[in-house]
Design a protein. Structure first.
Length: 222
């Protein structure tokens, strides 16, 4: 089965990171097509593969699957032994719930702290009270998943799953924008940041030549 993942810039594209990290950490064999964002030909190049005109998009032979959660569910169906979702039914239901919450929520944090793997910023009032509420909710989700289902390893449901891939860009945001977090949150973040695939993605993103002005915040980098 031929798998090709169409992605955007590794320094900035949080949605591209999610399926790429999942597929890499689960050992799925795939090729990638990287299309730089915000260039004159970006949309035309993406729509050759993705009918939405957005990345990521997974190509399976002649089939196109767009949207991150759709990609993850498709991988779970096509590779049932890979461990995309937790094996336990209750854990799997919660993992899907928190992943869907990530997919549709936390807009204040995402707007105030766009993913930028090239820079680190001293903390300031990122996103105001709404940003702080997002971070509080995220920490509560992580603590609940870890306490109920995380006994088997350092990730939300013990072993690495799609839920961790969904929250990996949040880990990057909390780390790069120097949010103050609990020791338990920091331990989870460190586990994600130490993933070989996350480190490889980051290193490749740092070396990219492209700058996306709308993802560059107006603050001095550390």
């Amino acid at each position: 089965m031929s798998l090709v993942l169409v992605i955007g810039n590794k320094a900035y594209s949080s949605w591209s990171l999610r399926p790429w990290l999942l597929m890499s950490e689960l050992g799925l064999d795939f090729d990638e097509i990287l299309i730089p964002l915000d260039r004159a030909d970006t949309r035309e190049r993406i729509t050759r593969h993705s009918p939405s005109g957005k990345v990521p998009c997974l190509l399976i032979e002649d089939l196109s699957v767009w949207d991150t959660l759709a990609i993850m569910e498709t991988l779970a169906e096509r590779f049932p032994e890979a461990g995309v979702w937790p094996a336990d039914a209750d854990a799997r239901a919660v993992a899907r719930s928190v992943s869907a919450e990530m997919h549709s929520g936390f807009t204040a944090l995402r707007s105030a702290c766009p993913m930028n793997l090239r820079k680190r910023f001293a903390f300031r009032d990122w996103g105001g009270s709404d940003g702080a509420a997002d971070v509080a909710r995220i920490q509560a989700i992580w603590a609940d998943c870890r306490s109920r289902f995380g006994a088997g390893g350092p990730f939300l449901f013990g072993t690495f799953s799609a839920a961790d891939a969904m929250y990996a860009p949040v880990v990057a945001r909390l780390d790069r924008y120097c949010w103050e977090v609990t020791p338990e949150t920091r331990a989870y973040m460190n586990a994600v940041l130490a993933l070989p695939s996350f480190q490889r993605w980051t290193a490749q993103g740092v070396e990219e030549p492209w700058i996306l002005a709308h993802d560059e915040v107006d603050a001095p980098a550390l």
